[in-house]
Design a protein. Structure first.
Length: 254
């Protein structure tokens, strides 16, 4: 599905990251990859994972909270890959302390941090790579149903994901004249390291397993394959959309 395509994937922290599952899926589909690590502490882990992929992916540093580093990353990715066919944004952050508060007690600083890291990073990355994107390129980010429904203990991250989904629509409009698409995949709950900051996460998993039409939780590899589809030419008519990969849970009323 991705033979001959070159793309960048951001957000790999460890083997349980959804971004890592996306890298595996995209590599299997034939893509040449540029992967990122946030800082020197994460580099050995990401490098060890990258070494297991075919095609010797390029590794580059990128702290999305550093505007100059985002710009440098885009230029370096272009140097290594030439034209970039896709970008996958699979990262988010909110101070865990903010998620323990009642939502109306969210601090200004906590709100700013969550929105900058989780949402503006997608805008900044899209802007930085846009000059190097091939026509008919694809941008994909990861969301969650907390963007459109109240999920207890998700709180500030739900607001951030709502803003992220709105961002997808505006990017799709801005870049559509060049044939560049922007979409999101709303994944079901998955046991990633970041999910441990959500209180009573096991209750969410149990509830989705009981109530979703498929009567189970989804796996990172299944979500990753949906992302790979959106990166491919098979999805060339899809943009500005949020595709749910959650076993159908989003369709349920009760």
């Amino acid at each position: 599905m991705l033979n001959g395509k070159k793309g960048v994937i951001l957000g790999i922290a460890n083997k349980r990251s959804i971004a890592w599952a996306v890298a595996q899926s995209a590599a299997r589909a034939g893509a040449e990859l540029v992967l990122t690590y946030q800082n020197e502490r994460h580099e050995p882990t990401v490098r060890a994972l990258a070494d297991t992929l075919p095609g010797s992916p390029v590794l580059l540093p990128c702290d999305v909270d550093d505007e100059q580093q985002v710009k440098a990353f885009a230029e370096q990715a272009h140097e290594h890959a030439g034209k970039i066919d896709f970008l996958v944004h699979s990262l988010a952050f909110a101070d865990p302390a903010e998620l323990k508060k009642e939502f109306h007690r969210t601090s200004r600083e906590g709100f700013r941090t969550a929105l900058e890291t989780s949402v503006h990073s997608f805008i900044a990355l899209s802007n930085a790579v846009e000059p190097f994107l091939s026509d008919h390129g694809s941008l994909v980010t990861l969301s969650y149903i907390g963007a459109v429904r109240v999920i207890p203990n998700y709180k500030l991250m739900g607001v951030a994901k709502a803003a992220l989904e709105a961002t997808v629509r505006y990017l799709a409009y801005d870049l559509g004249a060049r044939g560049i698409r922007a979409n999101a995949v709303s994944a079901g709950p998955i046991r990633t390291v970041s999910a441990t900051s959500i209180g009573d996460f096991h209750r969410i998993l149990n509830h989705v397993e009981e109530m979703s039409p498929l009567r189970r939780n989804v796996e990172a590899a299944e979500v990753a394959d949906v992302v790979t589809f959106l990166l491919s030419d098979y999805a060339r008519a899809i943009t500005g959309s949020v595709l749910y990969a959650d076993g159908g849970y989003h369709t349920m009323g009760l």
